[in-house]
Design a protein around this ligand. Sequence first.
Ligand code: SAM
Length: 275
Amino acid sequence: MSAIQPACLWVVATPIGHRDDLSARAIETLRAVAVIAAEDTRHSRPLLQHHNVATPLVALHEHNEREVVDAIVRRLQGGESVALISDAGTPLISDPGFRLVRAARAAGIRCIPVPGACAAIAALSVAGLPSDRFVFEGFLPSKAAARRSRLQELASETRTLIFYESSHRVAESLADMRDVFGAEREAVLARELTKMFETVLGEPLAELAAHVVADPDQQRGEHVIVVAGRGEEADAKLAEGRRIFAILREELPPAKAAKLAAAISGAARKLLYEG
Ligand code: SAM
């Protein structure tokens, strides 16, 4: 096919659920390359068959990426064209491929994106939260203490925050976000995007966390959590909370002073210690 140049690495986005979310250019590219490097060849085969792509596959996942990268770069240097796909969405976005793209670029290989679905961007596009500036945080740490400390680092972030979360941790993570970012902070849970049970819930964190506990169906499937950045109103609450905390600390132990200052001002208790 004339559109395919030899010795290029094509980084091709695949659907995040709905199998027709694969662009015409992606299909054309996947049919034309010499080989497709796929995160899980068994997972990708049905999608490729559905789109009549019969190109050979080679596995490239986080456990073999180091070893496989050299072999793929040698094939590229030998003049073959290679496509990189992951199980869902855009490769490298919380998915393997970083080492391959880096090595290919270092070897002077042209890397060409074939853009398409990405769960983070799909969620942001329907969240109704400010989208002019945002930060993508990927997955939070799985251990509770590390997760809370990561959230603490993000508590003052004013840009919209985007997280990926797995079904068995979504309730815990929302509860931690409520505790660290504050009960009132607006958030959106985007679940099973482009699939049969797609839901997009937008509520303050306290309500969203309670909703997900009360309705276990909301814990099923794949999730993106989009959280509003800290706003001016929250800044005012925090300034007031810190002022009250400073006064109460003169008379009370810090934990008690923080608890009261948080209750009076509406600021998140954990933030009062910072200033
Ligand atoms: N590379 C993918 C992308 O471009 O979005 C992300 C891969 S990451 C390993 C998988 C995570 O993405 C899931 O745990 C979930 O947080 C999110 N995700 C993927 N598909 C989704 C969907 N259809 N609806 C909601 N979240 C999804």
